[in-house]
Design a protein. Sequence first.
Length: 202
Amino acid sequence: MSEILLYHGSKEEVVYPEIRITRYTKDFSWGFYCTNNYQQAYRWADRRSADGIVNVYRYVENPDLKILRFPEMSDEWLDFIAKCRAGETHPYDIVEGPMADDTIWDYVNGFTSGQISREAFWALAKFKHPTHQISFHTVNALHCLTFETIIRVHFLAYHVYGLATLDDGHVVFQALYLIVQIREVDAYVVGEILTDFVVPVQ
């Protein structure tokens, strides 16, 4: 089976993910939410805490589970979110699809509260580019995740940015060395971090 890396931005290390029922429901109902987009997880972590953490998991899909996918924003996606945010539950183990950014989130709220029509929502949202989310809603779904490591976002940002006065090649070498010394991480994660934090010398 194929494996991919998923990221969960948080204020703490989450070795054992949990499904928690909170006061407010999320897009796909209560669940444990991840993304395949490192930058998005970084933003989640940055918003949640001054010492934000990106948790990294290896995900192996279980074909026996009930999985719902939305390849793109659609009427079905919008209706599903509206029902979940209204407190309805669903029978799926895993749900995957677009995640609205702050602007689209406002439009979704407008739609679910009846302030704007479906037509108005799509007129406002059609030029927006959502990111990715995948939510895990059962214990069997959580078993598809294996904790790999954590990335302390501000610690890395501070140290790697500090290397930006060196020449480009040296920056990359030193950044790789620094990250690997902090903790062994997957090469793909290293590449994602370098993309985010290593600033080319002007």
